[in-house]
Ligand binder design. Structure first.
Ligand code: NAP
Length: 481
């Protein structure tokens, strides 16, 4: 099926839909069957400069728009996204492959950023202090940082866009969004909603490109761009941080993860298995927050693995848009190859497959939900993001040991802990090196909470009031009266 007559597929610049200056278009593939879904316009570096022109032209007017009015437009974005939730969820499942139930969850989460930041828009408060000397006052005002470049990944094509657009607009910034080339249709669908909601021309511009590096560099070389907000891999994040240094552009980075999921002997086992299913299988495992290493204390490891295997083997694998699907395909053939190589490596090093462990023989980019028992720390998947439906179970004996092993990674996005001993839960939570920690829960994401990582998982936070501050700069005014 084609989506071209349902949603816009051209560049969105200055409030107008237009083709790219590249004559070619970019094909969009349905990972559920490998068929072509449609195509989108292909921006050149010149188009990127036009998008920055539009954002710069709209910047003053948007920053001067009263915060209440900006908030009301954002609230309208939320209403329209809720109205279109069904169609948007289907579009996400078509181009990303995730199960429709995951897509519905994503749309609700994505829309909520508009509602949350509609409310935050009017709370860009500053500070007033008396200098310690008593001689003067310290007045701090938060101002919009300026034209912002937003770069997003394919795994949450709606939510990663709204998690940036909503706080940028609430703060009074204009922006250019460059979505992932694998999932461009959702970004244009969101742009159509913004336009209908009354976001003024040029405040949000969206472009897709097959020349990612040159197009992004054209914008990062442009002195009018003052902010880069990136979500994606740590590898690309480092390239962009180096590039952003040329113009000293302010950076927020939401990067990769390698989440430990720790289950102590005293945990509620049913709750822990349920939490592991959520933390592992949300989005079919294609999430930065996915439980990548499941550490289970030796006394319950066999029973935990048995129950987890039963749940994973019972999942229905099928096309993303089907109502009955629990686990859709991975995003593309390269993702299947990577997951399959990681599983083969773990097995060669001594892990045992208790379910799955291969791709089914059907068209599309599938990998079966897999549980690996007795995984050694030397397996590659102990260090790398799996980004697929594979749950490796590691066995540990003591609290000190599991803290050391869990922290033995350059990543630090999220960690999960299951125990019924509150003291132990909080003690371990404090010692695990992560920006977020879920205690007896399998999900942390919430627009009202500060989402982000430590170590090489990133810089800055999205969501909560912190998310808006990422798009503002403190102006200090020294005065006395
Ligand atoms: P990716 O390869 O890093 O791509 C992310 C974005 O960067 C895409 O828009 C991509 O464009 C662009 N990009 C790639 N190379 C670039 C370059 N040289 N210069 C400028 N831009 C470039 O990541 P992904 O595979 O889409 O997403 C998966 C990764 O995102 C995982 O590591 C996951 O953990 C991370 N993630 C993190 C969070 C978080 O909040 N911490 C949330 C979701 C995902 P093209 O598509 O055109 O290549």
């Amino acid at each position: 099926m084609t989506t071209e007559n349902l949603w816009p597929t051209d560049l969105f610049i200055g409030g107008k839909w237009r083709e790219g200056t590249n004559a070619e278009r970019i094909e969009v593939i349905n990972p559920s069957d490998g068929a072509t879904l449609g195509s989108v316009a292909d921006a050149s570096p010149e188009d990127a400069t036009s998008a920055v022109d539009a954002a710069a032209a709209a910047a003053h007017g948007w920053a001067a728009t009263p915060a209440r009015q900006r908030g009301e437009i954002l609230r309208r974005c939320w209403e329209l996204m809720v109205r279109d939730a069904h169609a948007l969820a289907r579009l996400i499942s078509l181009e990303n492959g995730k199960a429709l139930k995951d897509s519905r969850g994503e749309v609700a989460y994505a829309a909520e950023f508009f509602r949350w930041f509609a409310e935050e828009a009017v709370r860009g408060h500053g500070d007033l202090a008396v200098a310690p000397s008593g001689a003067n006052k310290i007045l701090v005002q938060y101002q919009p940082i300026g034209v912002s470049l937003l770069i997003t990944p394919w795994n949450f094509p709606a939510a990663m866009a709204t998690r940036k657009i909503a706080p940028a607009l609430a703060a009074g910034c204009t922006c250019v969004l460059k979505p992932a080339t694998e999932t461009p249709l959702t970004a244009y669908a969101v742009a159509a909603i913004l336009a209908e909601a009354g976001v003024p021309d040029g405040v949000v511009n969206v472009l897709t490109t097959s020349s990612t590096g040159p197009v992004v560099n054209a914008m990062l070389d442009d002195p009018r761009v003052r902010k880069l907000s990136f979500t994606g891999s740590t590898e690309v994040g480092k390239i962009l941080l180096r590039k952003a240094a040329d113009q000293v552009i302010h950076c927020s980075m939401e990067l990769g993860g390698n989440a430990p999921f720790v289950v102590f002997d005293d945990a509620d086992l049913d709750g822990a298995v349920e939490g592991a299913m959520i933390a592992k299988m949300r989005n079919g495992g294609e999430a930065c927050t996915a439980a990548n290493r499941i550490y289970v204390q030796c006394g319950i490891a066999a029973e935990f693995t048995r129950r987890l295997t039963e749940r994973m083997a019972g999942l229905t694998v099928g096309p993303g848009p089907d109502e009955t699907t629990d686990c859709g395909p991975l995003v593309n053939a390269a993702a299947v190859k990577k997951v399959s190589e990681l599983v083969d490596d773990a097995v060669a090093k001594g892990a045992r497959v208790t379910c799955g462990g291969k791709s089914p023989a059907v068209a599309g980019y599938y990998y079966l939900p897999t549980v690996l028992a007795n995984v050694p720390d030397t397996a590659d998947l102990a260090r790398e993001e799996i980004f697929g439906p594979v749950a490796p179970v590691y066995i540990f004996e003591t609290e000190e040991e599991v803290i050391r092993r869990a922290n033995n990674t350059e990543y630090g996005l999220v960690a999960y802990v299951y125990t019924q001993n509150l003291g132990r839960g909080l003690r371990v939570a404090e010692k695990l090196e992560s920006g977020m920690l879920a205690l007896n829960r399998g999900l942390v994401s919430d627009p009202a909470a500060p989402f982000g990582g430590v170590k090489q998982s990133g810089l800055g936070r999205e969501g909560a009031r912190h998310g808006m501050l990422e798009f503002m700069e403190a102006k200090y005014i020294a005065t006395s009266w």
